[in-house]
Design a protein around this ligand. Structure first.
Ligand SMILES: Cc1cc2nc3c(=O)[nH]c(=O)nc-3n(C[C@H](O)[C@H](O)[C@H](O)COP(=O)(O)O)c2cc1C
Length: 561
């Protein structure tokens, strides 16, 4: 016989699990699921400590009444009187009480019952708001300010990763508006808002982050060997300026640990064929590669190792040569060093086998700093075109300090991010766009905290955007809020994200890198997309033929019976 409270827990867990599956694209991990079960069992217990639901008390009373009747019958059968206390006091049934079998008081005042009912409705409502509405004011105006007042920047960062890792983080259950979709490298991406590197450095909360509605989750930067990063304190809030200064210096658990985490997600999802390594429709998983502090400044080995390790498990690999907190790293943006580096990583990528997850090789993207001048950006564009890099993220944090910064921490050493850097990054996007052909997408990142900011990047020719600092300040609803604001603007203007990007890219990109097509034959972009699509199909076909061949060879080598 299952005790009532366990039944309650079981039902509540099933409801929660069904809601998860239905609303969040089968978001499962073994550890996450174990936590969900524990939580499903724990929260009715917690509720029960404060309040015993009336319905459960009533059921228990009926159960005791039934027991009493049986007992009285037994006494009659044994020839005793029903109220014979010398046999066995009937009260025994009602006095074997513990926390979960305690009878409700015989009569409860309507006020108390009203208070309990209100408490239940409120707590259930708050839980529903917390869990199912990532954009709720609860997160932005209650949880985040409380965190800022009580924890330092690094501790709240760690806590946020833990909550999102646990499977108990909130969800964005709203399907993305179709005006947000766009095409990137042959994939139909569901919205243009991604999460930048540095939040989930060790790939602990990949699914928790996708649950918040990001279409691109970038984990890392990851270094080959584990390293602790710079001494603490190393992250500083500049609240008056909506900014952060960090000098983390790539704390990383290293390739092996992060790889095992990424691989642990796979068995749950791999029943069917996957479009992308994110294992979600319309989303991409990116891995940001860093280098160890003690590796030689101009060596490319750490990046090549990253490509080999994470290539088969990611949609995008980001070569990060722009963090200001690793000595010598930004020097790799110089023309000669960059040429060597990008040639090595593209070769390593091209030698990877086709991934068995998404039947592709990963895209390679370069992440640059916002502190480059016009001629440096022109050089970088030249190297990108010559080496076959697939895209660029503009940009990382800046070492500049605008004079208008107000916060006391503005003099800290490290990279500045957030609202004050938008001017620098947008300028860099425009300069780079003018030096890159239209088929190489730019991903805009820096100071984006609203739909209008994101659209500014799109109008400058960025195919999509990433956020970090605004997510750190506004919390889990940031992605949903920015998407809603974009949709509102798009509807007002009667256009779509893809159309805005296409117009800007056509207008501002470097021209004439490919022979012009005759009118009526489609745009260069369309031809490139078609070629990429064809390439993808051929890759898939090739890997299927390989597996058929393997099976044929295996069958042929079986002894004949
Ligand atoms: C605390 C913190 C840590 C970061 N760590 C990394 C990192 O490890 N690798 C990286 O490429 N960028 C890192 N970044 C840079 C962000 O990915 C992003 O490029 C930058 O913050 C600009 O975007 P934002 O203004 O929206 O924050 C970090 C940023 C912050 C604030």
């Amino acid at each position: 016989m299952i005790p009532g409270i366990l039944k309650f827990a079981l039902v509540s867990w099933v409801v929660k699990a069904v809601a998860n599956v239905k609303m969040c694209n089968k978001v499962y991990s073994v550890r996450g699921e174990a936590r969900r079960i524990l939580f499903g069992i724990a929260w009715p217990f917690l509720l029960n400590i404060f309040w015993e639901p009336k319905s459960i008390s009533i059921l228990r009373h009926q159960y005791w009444e039934y027991n009493e009747k049986i007992e009285i019958q037994n006494r009659r059968i044994a020839g005793r009187k029903a109220n014979d206390e010398s046999w066995l006091p009937l009260k025994t049934y009602n006095t074997s009480r513990n926390l979960f079998t305690k009878a409700a008081p015989a009569s409860r005042s309507p006020i108390t019952t009203g208070l309990y009912a209100t408490a239940l409705i409120l707590s259930t409502g708050l839980f529903a708001v917390y869990y199912f509405d990532s954009r709720s004011a609860l997160h932005r105006y209650v949880i985040m300010p409380v965190l800022r007042q009580t924890l330092d920047a690094e501790s709240s960062h760690k806590l946020a990763v833990k909550v999102l890792r646990s499977g108990l983080g909130p969800k964005d259950p709203v399907t993305d508006d179709e005006n947000l979709t766009f095409n990137l490298w042959g994939h139909q991406i569901s919205n243009p808002v991604g999460l930048a590197a540095g939040f989930d450095k060790d790939g602990e909360a990949i699914d928790g982050l996708f649950d918040l509605g990001f279409s691109w989750v970038e984990i890392g930067s990851i270094t080959p060997k584990p390293q602790p990063g710079n001494p603490k304190p190393r992250v500083f809030r500049l609240s008056e300026d909506n900014a952060i200064i960090n000098r983390y210096g790539f704390p990383s658990q290293g390739h092996a640990t992060v790889l095992s985490r990424i691989r642990a997600r796979l068995p749950i999802f791999l029943a069917g064929e996957q479009e992308t390594a994110s294992l979600r429709d319309g989303s991409l998983l990116a891995v940001n590669l860093g280098k160890n502090k003690e590796s030689p400044a101009d060596s490319v080995e750490d990046f090549v190792a990253g490509v080999r390790t994470f290539g088969p498990y990611s949609d995008v690999l980001v070569v990060n040569v722009s963090s200001p907190n690793t000595p010598g790293l930004r020097g790799l943006q110089n023309k000669a060093s960059l040429e060597t580096l990008l040639t090595s990583v593209t070769q390593a990528r091209d030698h990877l086998p086709i991934s068995s997850i998404n039947s592709q090789r990963p895209r390679l993207v370069l992440k640059i700093a916002p502190d480059l001048d016009q001629s440096q950006i022109e050089d970088i564009a030249g190297v990108i075109m010559g080496t076959g890099i697939d895209g660029v993220i503009v940009s990382n944090t800046t070492i500049q300090r605008p004079s208008h910064l107000k916060s006391a921490s503005r003099t800290e050493i490290g990279g500045l991010s957030g609202s004050p850097i938008k001017h620098y990054t947008l300028t860099a996007v425009k300069t780079l766009r003018a030096n890159l052909p239209s088929h190489i997408p730019i991903i805009g990142c820096g100071g984006i905290s609203s739909g209008e900011d994101a659209l500014e990047y799109a109008r400058a020719g960025a195919t999509m955007v990433q956020v970090y600092t605004s997510f750190g300040y506004d919390g889990v609803g940031t992605c949903r809020r920015i998407k809603d604001q974009i949709v509102e603007k798009l509807q007002k203007e009667g256009t779509t994200w893809a159309k805005i990007v296409e117009k800007a890219v056509d207008e501002f990109s470097l021209k004439d890198e490919l022979p012009k097509v005759k009118p009526g034959e489609g745009t260069v972009n369309q031809l490139i997309e078609e070629a990429e699509h064809l390439n993808k199909l051929l890759d898939k076909f090739g890997s299927k033929m390989d597996s058929v061949n393997d099976r044929t060879i295996a069958a042929a080598s079986q002894p004949m019976l």
